[in-house]
Write a protein that binds this ligand. Structure first.
Ligand SMILES: [Zn+2]
Length: 228
């Protein structure tokens, strides 16, 4: 009896861990296939910024320009609507943009697939109205994937490609910039996609430190293109 109960508990816990991994680890590919790296062999990495545009986006853009680096910005529709001029500058400076939902609410992964589809379409329409281009790249809020999001994405009718990352900087948690840069450089491999955010006061300063370090270590920043 004891053995049976123990085994049942182990099976149950393993299932929970698996479900957590499937939902919260974007690279798992369980519910949604996400591209988390780019196929390059040389010392090239790719930069992605989530949650903008914000008041700190222009600072980030200045650093990118100074280092002649391109990035992809996964924009929140609501923020884009508030700061359309920042979106236009991102595109004008040759960066890629993608859809990061309209509302980016904590409850997003729990909304119905119909609501999820509406939200994603709302974000895409907002970005299309601002830039004249229709994004086809999507990154789910918080990197969470589940059956509702996967079904919602299909219901949009837009042929989205989901883009994840393989290097999480945890920049939003703050701390010393040098430590964040260490965390990133310890994980990178050729083709890595680094997850960053352009919504913190220190975002530009952190990026400056990161790019200087990457350049000193012989890395180049690739242009993030996600063709089929
Ligand atoms: Zn986000």
């Amino acid at each position: 009896m004891f053995l049976l109960v123990t085994s049942a508990i182990i099976v149950f816990l393993s299932l929970l861990i698996y479900l957590f991994y499937a939902s919260y680890y974007i690279g798992s590919g369980v519910y949604l296939k996400a591209q988390c790296k780019l196929p390059v062999k040389e010392k090239t990495v790719f930069l992605s910024f989530d949650d903008g545009p914000s008041a700190y986006t222009t600072g980030v853009l200045d650093v990118l320009k100074r280092h002649n680096a391109k990035a992809i910005f996964f924009l929140i529709g609501e923020n884009a609507e508030k700061n359309p001029e920042f979106v236009r500058v991102i595109v004008a400076e040759g960066h890629e943009i993608g859809n990061h939902s309209f509302c980016h609410k904590g409850t997003f992964p729990l909304m119905s697939s119909k609501q999820i589809a509406e939200d994603i379409k709302h974000c895409n329409q907002t970005l299309t109205d601002i830039t004249g281009k229709t994004p086809n790249l999507f990154r789910p809020p918080f990197g969470v994937t589940n059956p509702l999001i996967s079904s919602g994405l299909k219901k949009t009718g837009i042929p989205f490609k989901t883009i994840g990352w393989d290097v999480r900087s945890f920049d939003t948690m703050g701390g010393e910039n040098a430590k964040i840069v260490d965390r990133i450089t310890n994980q990178i491999e050729p083709g890595s996609i680094i997850l960053l955010h352009d919504r913190m006061e220190f975002s530009a300063e952190l990026l400056e430190l990161l790019l200087t370090r990457l350049e000193n270590e012989g890395w180049t920043i690739g242009v993030p293109k996600f063709e089929e």
